[in-house]
Design a protein around this ligand. Structure first.
Ligand code: NDP
Length: 284
């Protein structure tokens, strides 16, 4: 039996992408399971995405992640799109089947759902408030609605994106969604789960979303998508009002673990992946 030197290639296409930490997460997973797989952080500008996918196929990549600005544009290079990714209208993970056909998935919202499941936060019949209506918010809103959330309020600055997301949820799921414009200090309705899906608070920014924190009832599950720092000013302020807080690392590890499973067909070694990611982020 000849020794196999060729590795299975995965990675991420993005621009900017230099500071994307996913390589640490995925390579820790490959190493923990002794897999000869690699994850490459690849700068691909918007105009080069078509060529990047030609290279992906020519070099027999086993899968790829997509980050900005490619999550929507990449849809056109897929042979099929997973159901929730189609609803979300964006993909962050590509798998390749035995015939070389590409399928687009979106693991962001699923990662959030899995981190809620791990934390014991129930979703069925619950009321959710989401701050933001960008890519992360869309993925979380769709997956939460499909997972049984009953009422959803989307708070966003730009009306067009907020209205569009509320309509998407109302027209495609059993969940009832409403949009609230975000002007000045947002008054949020009573809820069971509050998610910050804006980039407010991401290092080096130290702001917190401008909402009326006194509206948070003790025991509310408050979750941030921002993962650096782990405990953001948003989470600290919510905790002062009695919330149970959950950082963005849970979503980050789980969206990566789902992609790992899609590519390798194996259960991701999440503990090792999370440990490596936390060590890398605490180094910054
Ligand atoms: P987008 O650019 O698609 O969306 C950003 C959203 O934030 C928009 O709704 C925007 O509102 C809102 N926003 C930005 N600044 C402000 C502000 N000052 N006041 C009010 N609203 C604001 O970004 P993404 O959705 O892709 O990413 C959002 C965050 O989620 C990023 O920090 C990203 O790193 C993080 N993320 C974390 C993941 C994880 O696994 N933990 C996974 C994916 C993303 P408007 O529409 O009005 O412009």
């Amino acid at each position: 039996m000849p020794k196999i030197y060729r590795a299975n290639l995965t990675g991420v296409f993005g621009d900017p992408v230099d500071a994307n930490p996913t390589v640490v997460l995925q390579e820790a997973g490959f190493n923990a399971l002794g897999l000869n797989w690699r994850y490459l952080t690849i700068k691909v500008t918007a105009k080069n995405l078509a060529d990047a996918f030609k290279g992906f196929k020519a070099m027999n990549f086993s899968g790829i992640n997509l980050t900005m600005p490619h999550k929507i544009e990449a849809l056109k290079y897929m042979d099929s799109i997973a159901q929730s990714a189609r609803l979300i209208g964006a993909i962050n993970t590509v798998t390749v089947d035995a015939d070389g056909k590409l399928t687009g998935h979106n693991t962001d919202g699923q990662g959030m759902i899995e981190s809620m499941r791990e934390a014991g936060i129930p979703l069925a019949k619950k009321r959710l408030v989401i701050l933001g209506a960008g890519g992360a918010a869309r993925a979380i809103a769709v997956e939460c609605a499909l997972a049984g959330v009953k009422e959803m309020t989307i708070v966003n600055r730009s009306r067009a994106k907020g209205d569009e997301l509320a309509a998407l949820i109302n027209n495609n799921t059993e969940c009832s969604a409403a949009y609230i414009p975000w002007k000045g200090t947002a008054q949020i309705p009573e809820c069971d789960i509050l998610v910050n899906a804006t980039n407010i608070g991401m290092y080096p920014n130290t702001d917190k979303p401008d909402i009326d924190y006194s509206a948070i009832k003790p025991g509310t599950a408050v979750i941030d998508v921002v993962f650096e720092p782990a405990i953001t000013p948003f989470l600290s302020e919510a905790e002062k009002h009695g919330a149970k807080i959950y950082d963005g690392l849970g979503m980050l590890v789980n969206q990566g673990a789902i992609a790992f499973g899609l590519w390798t067909g194996l259960k991701a070694p999440k503990a090792e992946m999370a440990k490596a990611l936390k060590a890398a982020l605490s180094d910054v």
